[in-house]
Design a protein around this ligand. Structure first.
Ligand SMILES: Nc1ncnc2c1ncn2[C@@H]1O[C@H](COP(=O)(O)OP(=O)(O)OP(=O)(O)O)[C@@H](O)[C@H]1O
Ligand SMILES: [Mg+2]
Length: 266
């Protein structure tokens, strides 16, 4: 089974989706995996976080694919990082929902384009990581339909778990109707503040409820993580020894271990 298209998703804003996509992509690429990041957010934060431009009027974006003007192979760009390619996004993408209103199969556009691309160039990427916008709108539905599995960043703050109920319902609906093989690969606790009692409480509740689906790695609140994007660099490149980097290196290992074949107990 090849579960390689992974969306990083949570409809709540500012929980660490983009930070997770950028640094997981960076960590995996450093381990020799070839990675394609698809920025599916009109904010274009994964684009700038990986050092490319999200200015308007570029044709080489995911928007051009979703509106039918280009193929995936036309819009893949190299980043300055080895093994790491990117499909950029910009604010143009915010018009897609209205522009495709008459298309009854629009939820499948991304899946169909990716499937066609993988049939032609399938062997080249170890993983395709999709950065979702903070909503449950068309773009997120497209990601859910196109994905094999999901990584859900969960900010260890008040209300974090409440938002998750709505997300789980949406995932359930997509599984029932549009993508039966979709699975949750794991939940990543982010912005953990060990001085704040609430962080520990949210962690306990999440582990209690979602059990082994919650990654052992916990991403701490770390200022280097918030500085790195303004330099167009993953934190793993910007400051590889800071606590934020340590956590994302550890998360990368956990993520990769999920795909290691289980050794038989001989
Ligand atoms: N562990 C962390 N410690 C400190 N700052 C962080 C951490 N993770 C992310 N940030 C910062 O918090 C902000 C939100 O993070 P990020 O952009 O990754 O969230 P997001 O879920 O992608 O947001 P959006 O929903 O707007 O797309 C960013 O400025 C980011 O640099
Ligand atoms: Mg984001």
């Amino acid at each position: 089974m090849n579960k390689k298209i992974i969306s990083v998703i949570n409809q709540k804003g500012g929980v660490g989706k983009t930070t997770t996509v950028v640094n997981l992509a960076s960590g995996l690429s450093m381990q020799g995996k070839k990675i394609l990041v698809i920025d599916l957010d009109p904010q274009g934060n994964a684009t700038t976080g990986l050092g490319l431009s999200n200015t308007e009027n570029s044709e080489q974006t995911i928007y051009s694919v979703l509106n039918g003007n280009k193929k995936i192979s036309d819009v893949v760009q190299r980043t300055q990082f080895k093994n790491l390619d990117l499909i950029t996004s910009n604010v143009d993408l915010s018009g897609l929902e209205i522009e495709t209103a008459g298309d009854s199969r629009r939820a499948f556009i991304l899946k169909d384009e990716l499937t066609a691309y993988l049939n032609d160039y399938g062997g080249s990427y170890g993983y395709i990581l999709i950065d979702c916008p903070p909503s449950l709108s068309l773009l997120t539905i497209m990601a859910l339909v196109a994905s094999d599995a999901l990584v859900v960043p969960l900010q260890t703050e008040f209300f974090a778990l409440e938002g998750l109920t709505q997300l789980m319902k949406t995932i359930g609906r997509i599984k029932n109707n549009l993508n039966p093989d979709l699975s949750i690969r794991g939940i990543l606790l982010t912005m953990y503040d060990k001085r704040n009692k609430l962080s520990g409480e949210v962690e306990r509740e999440a582990r209690n409820y979602f059990k082994e689906k919650v990654y052992q790695t916990v991403v701490p609140r770390n200022v280097r993580l918030s500085e790195a994007p303004s330099h167009g660099l993953p934190v793993l490149v910007y400051d590889k020894t800071c606590l934020g980097s340590k956590s994302y290196f550890s998360f990368t290992d956990e993520f990769l271990n999920q795909d290691k074949p289980v050794e038989s107990a001989a």
